[in-house]
Design a protein around this ligand. Structure first.
Ligand code: ADP
Ligand code: ADP
Ligand code: MG
Length: 651
């Protein structure tokens, strides 16, 4: 293998290319127009444009990718995750083009791609599976979960709590499965309340060897999608770890698994006694869910606890080499997924331009964006993943939490602060994890409005940054900024934070400034701004360090772990025109994919009106109350920003 094409984008494309380069393998990126300047494109030795931004016109177009490989003389293709990574036809097409596919052969992907077929194989291999039912069965024990057999990414699941709801739910699930995955096969599974999600990393070679690299616990999820992952799992003792590992290997052997893959399980039961670290299920049961025939987002926690580089292992296996003896599991590693999404708005995706990107060096950061990167609506909302490792779980938690508090990603709303709060939660420290952790602890995990002290600091920092930026070069000072001929007449700036106006007065004092906010004065004797690192000394010698980026209209300040956004007065956006009576606005930026009513229609309360899609998420805007659809302001195919007026419904 001399030249590897990575058929993916963002952080995973970078992560794969780093290892390839370290192994002396040249790298080729493919990119859509949306990614022409992305870090992974710049990093690659060569890069080839494959189409416009929508994935189905670029990252999912097999001939375009193979053509890029041909043009650059690449001899191998790595699919990353998502996109074509679990597409059997892609694996076959790469092989037929005479190139090495860094992943399982098409027939292995095909066998495991359907969740129902994979469950049959697992059962044959003696692996316990979640009890399931035929759609027409009479012995169904509720609740049940309907899943799309071809589904993934937590999409297309539907919980049914009673027999009366089943028929309709099946119909809807089939429709959704057909439109999302092009296959309406569904399966019914017993719904396990509050399970843990624990999975086993496997690695197979072309000589018939399959080994496992222990478990990862990924129980903290939103929308059935993981956001915090760790290895090892507090819920496993040696015997259960061994049993799960053996089950995963048995299934891998049964299908002739080659490459890196993950066998996912759910494990019933949260800890029996609060404070106890272990799972409450006394029988030690675990149930097979599915196999992901690719590298997974959470693979770094396995790397940091085994010392292996899983991309290197994938490449070695693809070159025909044998899997190595499994190293021991050492220490603890925890990963969080940093996503452009708003936890306070049902985790809807957010977009914007990043004004800075900086993660402290105490952690591993696999990040696909840099300052100036635009995060749009076309792809996954994950900006990257941040991983800490330490000898113990408590230490790893502390390191990751501190790193998150210092992570500086101003410019768009992210889940960063929620992730830090999860790590700080006592139930996380206890290891009392399950897939509804976020719902169970929603009260404590919700965002708290910043305290007045924090806002005061942010306003002082924003003002100092403005002063420092306007300061004349040394030796040319005419007057200090803020200097006025009239003694004691303060300069005034008004900031807005949400609904709150913060009025700050300031004037020069000695070599610094005096700031007055809400009757309280802060005296700053010295300050320095280096890039976006502002350091200043308050009266009494308290030196503070904050991150700040500001322009004429807006300042972002990172104070004590909170990212505070201040709008600067003259430029307050005028929201007034958007406040149309009965107006329904887009809750997220996206593309209009469906319009389900016509202007003039009478609509019942809750009627679906407009369906938006962004980052593979669909969101339906519904009539808030029964009424008439007075106006529709969008058509199918339109791209809209958040807050865009979509429709008007009057009672
Ligand atoms: P799953 O959630 O399906 O069990 P993972 O946890 O490994 O599997 O997550 C894989 C998910 O990552 C994909 O389903 C997709 O939503 C997302 N993804 C795909 N490509 C990228 C990418 N380039 N960068 C970030 N995320 C991606
Ligand atoms: P996907 O392909 O979307 O990753 P999975 O079958 O792996 O689908 O399930 C994803 C998540 O959904 C699991 O981690 C778990 O939280 C939840 N889940 C799946 N099956 C069940 C079940 N039978 N009972 C309860 N929760 C489940
Ligand atoms: Mg899964």
């Amino acid at each position: 293998m001399k030249k590897l094409l990575v058929a993916n984008r963002g952080e995973i494309a970078l992560r794969v290319m780093r290892t390839a380069r370290a192994m002396g393998i040249a790298t080729v990126a493919v990119y859509s127009d949306a990614d022409a300047d992305a870090p992974f494109v710049r990093f690659a030795d060569e890069a080839v444009r494959i189409g416009p931004p929508p994935a189905r016109e670029s990252y999912l177009v097999i001939p375009a990718i193979l053509d890029a490989a041909r043009r650059t003389g690449a001899d191998a293709v790595h699919p990353g995750y998502g996109f074509l990574s679990e597409n059997a036809a892609f694996s076959d097409a790469v092989a037929e083009a005479g190139l090495v596919f860094v992943g399982p052969p098409g027939d292995v992907i095909r066998k495991l791609g359907s969740k129902s077929a994979a469950k049959v194989l697992a059962q044959k291999a003696g692996v316990p599976v979640v009890p399931g039912y035929e759609p027409g069965a009479s012995n169904i024990e509720y609740p049940v979960l309907i899943k799309a057999s071809a589904g993934g990414g937590g999409k297309g699941m539907r919980l049914v709590r009673s027999a009366g709801e089943l028929a309709e739910a099946i119909e809807r699930a089939k429709g959704e499965a057909k439109s999302a995955f092009g296959d309406d096969t569904i399966l019914l599974e017993r719904y396990i309340e509050r399970p843990r999600h624990i999975e086993i990393q496997i690695l197979g070679d072309t000589h018939g060897n399959v080994v496992h690299l222990y478990e990862r616990e990924c129980s903290i999820q939103r929308r059935h999608q993981k956001i915090v992952e760790e290895a090892p799992s507090v819920a496993l003792d040696e015997s259960r770890r061994a049993a799960m590992g053996e089950a995963a290997v048995a299934l891998g052997r049964a299908v002739g698994y080659v490459g890196a893959g993950t066998v996912e399980f759910i494990v019933p039961g949260i800890p029996a006694t609060p404070g106890s670290l272990h799972s409450g299920d006394p029988d030690g049961r675990f149930y097979f869910l599915e196999v992901n025939t690719r590298l997974q987002v959470e693979h770094p926690v396995t790397e940091l606890t085994t010392g292996l580089d899983l991309v290197r292992e994938q490449i070695r296996v693809a070159r025909g080499e044998r899997v190595q003896a499994t190293p021991p599991q050492r220490g603890w590693a925890i990963e969080v997924r940093l996503c452009a999404e708003d936890p306070e708005r049902d985790f809807l995706p957010t977009t914007g331009t990043l004004r800075a990107v900086d993660v402290p060096p105490t952690v591993r950061a696999d990040i696909g964006v840099v300052a100036g990167s635009h995060v749009g609506i076309h792809y996954d909302s994950m900006l990257g993943k941040i991983i800490a490792t330490a000898p113990t779980r408590a230490e790893a938690t502390g390191i990751l939490r501190a790193a998150l508090e210092q992570t500086w990603v101003p410019g768009l709303v992210t889940n960063r602060e929620l992730l830090a709060r999860i790590l700080a939660h006592p139930a996380f420290a206890d290891g009392a994890l399950h897939t509804h952790f976020l719902e169970q602890h929603a009260g404590e995990l919700g965002a708290k409005p910043p305290g007045l002290e924090t806002l005061r600091t942010a306003a002082v920092a924003a003002t100092l940054a403005g002063i420092a930026a306007r300061r004349s070069p040394p030796g040319q000072e005419l007057a200090a900024p803020g200097w006025r001929n009239v003694r004691f007449a303060d300069q005034q700036v008004t900031y807005r934070h949400g609904e709150l106006d913060i009025v700050l007065g300031y004037r020069p004092e000695g070599s610094g400034f005096a700031f007055a906010i809400g009757g309280k004065t802060t005296n700053v004797s010295r300050y320095e701004l280096a890039g976006d690192q502002l350091s200043y000394v308050e009266h009494g010698g308290h030196r503070r360090n904050v991150r700040v980026v500001a322009d004429e209209s807006r300042a972002d300040v990172l104070v004590d772990g909170a990212l505070i956004t201040l709008e600067i007065e003259a430029r307050f956006p005028d929201h007034a025109h958007q406040a149309v009576e009965g107006g329904l606005v887009a809750p997220m930026p996206g593309r209009v994919v469906k319009i389900l009513a016509n202007a003039g229609d009478a609509v019942p309360a809750g009627a679906p009106l407009v369906v938006l899609e962004a980052m593979k998420m669909e969101h339906t805007v519904r009539a808030p109350e029964a009424g008439t659809l007075r106006a529709l302001h969008v058509s199918v195919g339109d791209q809209v920003d958040a807050e865009h007026l979509l429709a008007v419904v009057t009672p």
